[in-house]
Design a protein around this ligand. Structure first.
Ligand code: ACO
Length: 271
């Protein structure tokens, strides 16, 4: 279990489920340079944590994340030396883009409230995103004379249809979780009263699965998403070789009539 204390995030673990809570509610959990440093360090630690088999990311208070900290990440950073600006930008990009998707554990975003600008990249980075129906989403950059830059544009082009992405990037209009679900930004919108219960049900499902298989699902999916079909096919073959090098215990159990694969997970051994 992770022992390190972080300034801007809370970390809890129960029975294999690690919950990360952005903890700057007084700033609506905006991403400060310190939050980027904390998330980078924390995820790097959790990757190797044997007690972490599923991760949930959420926000303290009424906000999931109000995007980049407009003062600390933009205004104050402008006067910092280039070395510091580069370090913070790299960490900021890295944990939301490369690290989450390459974590061996599945990551669930639990969107409990406000979700603006750069926070979209947290949502899209998570493998599964579940939101309270009244959570509010917005690409507000255009509202303050800017545009969804860098990795935000990338997630818009990669994950949303042009007519959805451009509409919200141009207008800066807010939208609710039902609309986020319709346009494919999140997995599912649920009544606020059910958010914890529904998130826990998904987490429990994943905790019951063989972690080797779960990691392989992520690898095959993301490599395929980001590669050309030939490379993707080769990588999928390599992942498959690694998964099957330990035999085929799930199929063996099916053969022995111990369970029905269509209806749930086989009994895997915790290593
Ligand atoms: N950056 C820095 N501080 C922020 C941010 C932010 N993104 N969002 C909120 N805060 C701070 C406010 O400055 C305020 O701090 P203060 O009490 O020290 O003055 C505190 O959080 C509360 O903010 P309010 O606006 O009073 O909270 P309210 O609940 O009324 O509104 C809302 C919440 C809608 C999220 C509003 O704060 C807002 O519009 N924030 C900016 C959201 C945004 O545009 N994000 C995109 C950033 S750009 C990017 O990510 C690439």
């Amino acid at each position: 279990m992770v022992e390190t204390k972080y300034e801007t995030v809370l970390v809890g673990n129960e029975n294999g489920l690690t919950t990360i809570t952005f903890n700057r509610p007084e700033k609506r959990n905006a991403m400060s340079p310190q939050l980027h440093r904390d998330m980078y360090a924390l995820l790097s630690e959790l990757r190797y944590d044997k007690d972490t088999r599923v991760i949930v990311i959420t926000g303290a208070g009424e906000s999931f994340c109000a995007g980049q900290d407009l003062k600390q990440y933009f205004l104050e950073m402008d006067s910092q030396p280039e070395r510091v600006r580069d370090e913070v930008r790299t960490l900021s990009r890295y944990w939301r883009n490369e690290i989450i998707r390459t974590m061996p554990q599945p990551v669930i975003g639990k969107i409990n409230g406000w979700c603006f600008g750069g926070a979209f990249t947290i949502v899209t980075a998570c493998d599964i995103a579940i939101a309270a129906e009244d959570a509010v989403f917005g690409l507000s950059e255009v509202n303050f004379g800017n545009f969804p830059g860098g990795e935000v544009t990338t997630v818009l082009t990669e994950q949303l249809q042009p007519k959805h992405a451009l509409f919200y990037a141009l207008t800066g209009n807010t939208f609710n979780a039902k609309e986020a679900e319709r346009i494919g930004l999140i997995t599912k919108a649920v009544p606020r009263a059910d958010l914890d219960k529904e998130t826990m049900a998904i987490a429990k499902n994943l905790l019951g699965k063989d972690p080797v298989a779960v990691k392989a699902v992520k690898e095959a999916w993301y490599y395929t998403f980001y590669s050309n079909p030939d490379v993707a096919y080769e990588i999928s073959g390599l992942v498959s070789q690694r998964v099957n090098a330990r035999g085929r215990p799930g199929i063996q159990q099916f053969k022995d009539k111990q369970y029905r694969p269509g209806l749930g997970a086989y009994k895997w051994e915790k290593k």
